[in-house]
Design a protein around this ligand. Structure first.
Ligand code: 13P
Ligand code: SF4
Length: 377
């Protein structure tokens, strides 16, 4: 077990949610790939069972190949809950590392190698903003019991807010179950922040006619009468990576490859999901390709790193990016750079903790309730 002391590095970023997070020291900026791999492996050898690395499916190859576990948001939260290592290094984005900190024991420390790995969609529903919208929404439907559900892609304070109002968290793999849970307890659902996942889930439950959208940035985008009449209120957030996919991409790839199958993530627009053959979380996308027969063709509508991993992991299947060169990588996920991984591991070997994600105690307890409700459904 390593003995810890914390040393400060200079950082000029004050806007970031965690002001203890530090930038990469210059000596780590230009490491050669081979040397870096050797150093990561040496540090991991030294740290042994003290460290576990969790990697989201969208992480770069150089992170995924060092991860003890690679998976979707739901699987990673379960892995974090079961991990008994002293340090959980999270290859993912801030909200995922926050969830890991909430779920793990108090004597475990969660490290997010790069401080800039923040999901823009999570930033589209800030707890303060939701709190004031909540007052307007509940006033519009005073007799209704509204249950807020937040997608995992949100910050801990919003998860805590949802728990305080009887709500919970969901991921892309269990959103339909969270809606069912909410409708057993109440009359209406407020779903945040991803309107596309919300719409796709409503469709899955045959409740598409029950939707109203709530645009917190547009005074015209909120209609109290419609809120009173609708069972599902969708916050107007979205993922800019998944919103990019269009039905035309599916049509074009089917024209070019008549035998292609299409699998997309439920953060894609409703019409894209409708046109695809299969929809599901990143774990479902992985399973779909894993279970494909040799020679089958699959076009993947999600973040490009996962498509590239699938091409590599399953050379017997023809894996194609759904929108060719226009397919985007997630800028937030890309911030977890192998140089940062080398740095945080070598610092741990020296007894120093870097880029620790520690959710404020007042948020932690309630956010845990929201996550526990999800893990139970
Ligand atoms: P999954 O829950 O499917 O892993 O997706 C997380 C995510 O951020 C998708 O953009
Ligand atoms: Fe956020 Fe989209 Fe990136 Fe997922 S792919 S982490 S939702 S920006």
């Amino acid at each position: 077990m390593v003995k810890m002391e914390t040393a400060e590095l200079e950082t000029d970023l004050s806007l970031f949610k965690y002001d203890n997070l530090e930038q990469l020291p210059p000596r780590y900026r230009d490491l050669e790939a081979e040397e870096r791999t050797e150093r990561i492996e040496a540090a991991l050898e030294e740290l042994g069972d003290d460290v576990v690395i969790l990697g989201h499916n969208y992480q770069r190859r150089e992170i995924v190949e060092h991860a003890d576990f690679v998976g979707d948001s739901y699987q990673l939260s379960k892995e974090a809950a079961e991990a008994d290592a002293e340090y959980v290094i999270f290859g993912g984005v801030t909200f995922m590392a926050e969830s890991a900190d909430i779920i793990t024991d108090d004597d475990q420390t969660v490290i997010l190698p790069s401080m800039e790995a923040s999901c823009p969609m999570a930033g589209m529903a800030e707890a303060l903003q939701v709190d004031s919208a909540w007052a307007e929404i509940t006033a519009a439907a005073p007799d209704a019991d509204i249950i807020p559900i937040t997608y995992m892609n949100s910050y801990a304070d919003l998860k805590a807010f949802c728990a305080s109002q009887g709500g919970l968290v969901c991921t892309s793999s269990n959103a339909h179950k969270a809606f069912e849970y909410a409708f057993e307890k109440g009359d209406k659902v407020l779903f945040l922040p991803d309107k596309h996942l919300g719409e796709n889930t409503a469709h899955r439950l045959d409740m598409e006619d029950e939707i109203v959208q709530w645009d917190p940035w547009d005074p015209e985008g909120k209609d109290a009468d419609e809120v009173a009449e609708s069972d599902i209120i969708l916050w107007d957030g979205y993922c800019q990576v998944h919103e990019r996919f269009q039905v035309e991409h599916i049509e074009a790839i089917r024209d070019e490859h008549p035998d292609v199958n299409v699998v997309v993530h439920p953060e894609c627009r409703r019409e894209v999901v409708e046109a695809a053959d299969v929809v599901g979380s990143t774990a479902t996308i992985c399973e779909t390709v894993e279970n494909a027969d040799p020679g089958e063709k699959w076009a993947i509508g999600t973040e490009i790193h996962l498509t590239n991993h699938l091409q590599r992991w399953h050379p017997e299947v023809e894996v194609l990016p759904l929108c060719g060169d226009a397919c985007m990588d997630c800028n937030a996920m890309r911030q977890i750079d192998p140089n940062y991984l080398t740095w945080v591991l070598e610092e741990l070997v020296e007894g120093r903790e870097r880029n620790v994600i520690e959710v404020a105690p007042e948020e932690k307890e309630l956010a845990e309730v929201a996550l526990d409700r999800m893990l139970e459904i």
